[in-house]
Design a protein around this ligand. Structure first.
Ligand code: G4P
Ligand code: NA
Ligand code: NA
Length: 194
């Protein structure tokens, strides 16, 4: 078990409806020592990639991406969620559907902060169905930038996102992959990784 799996076992709470609560160290209160370990581990896994920018999405991605950026020594851009529709022109935009929150959001990134010269690492806290991630990938493509890889903290391996993204050929590194979890017993099973 790695450091994140261990922490999820200790402090994560399995809720009904296949929701994993990690509020005490990731999504609400933030354990920055843990975030540093995550940043170091992504840096180790992506050591060979010529990354010059990190892209994430508000809100929960920002903290982990900010700490990770220390290890890559690159700026962080976060995609903003926006309800408005008429921001064409100076922005890249993508539609993101949230299954958890049952809503559609437009995510936007200014053209000033992402372009063809960029080699991007996408970072996010959760990967479930992958809608948020697909939106970020679309934005990288619109910018003509190179997507070097994707770093996720917690992948829900029993939802489709990880499989879809890997099948598309992207380099996806999830620090913990939950294979199954049980709200009754609280048991969490992780996928074996090298
Ligand atoms: P998807 O982006 O992978 O398709 O996932 P989905 O629509 O199902 O997720 C909606 C939001 O809920 C996302 O955050 C996602 O990170 C988060 N999420 C999904 N499953 C879990 C879970 O089991 N536990 C926790 N804690 N979060 C989960 P968001 O609302 O877009 O962003 P944020 O503002 O919370 O960062
Ligand atoms: Na998120
Ligand atoms: Na979230």
């Amino acid at each position: 078990m790695n450091f994140l799996e261990k922490r999820i076992r200790e402090d994560g709470i399995v809720k009904e409806g296949n929701v994993l609560k990690v509020d005490s160290f990731l999504n609400h209160q933030m354990d920055i020592r843990l975030f540093k370990q995550m940043g170091q581990e992504w840096k180790r896994r992506f050591a060979d990639a010529p990354i010059n920018k990190i892209l994430t999405i508000e809100a929960s991605g920002i903290g982990i991406a900010a700490v990770a950026s220390e290890y890559f020594d690159v700026p962080v851009v976060f995609a903003k969620k926006s309800k408005s529709i008429n921001i064409e022109g100076e922005m890249y935009t993508a539609e993101v559907e949230s299954f958890t929150h049952k809503c559609r959001n437009q995510v936007i990134v200014s053209k000033k902060f992402l372009g063809p010269e960029d080699h991007v690492l996408i970072i996010d806290d959760f990967l479930a169905n992958g809608c948020a991630l697909q939106g970020l990938i679309s934005i990288v493509q619109q910018a003509g930038a190179s997507l070097e890889g994707i770093g996720i903290a917690v992948e829900k391996g029993f939802q489709q996102g990880g499989r879809v993204i890997r099948n598309l050929g992207y380099r996806l590194e999830s620090l913990a992959i939950v294979e199954s979890m049980d709200a009754q017993t609280g048991e969490i099973v992780f996928r074996e990784q090298d």
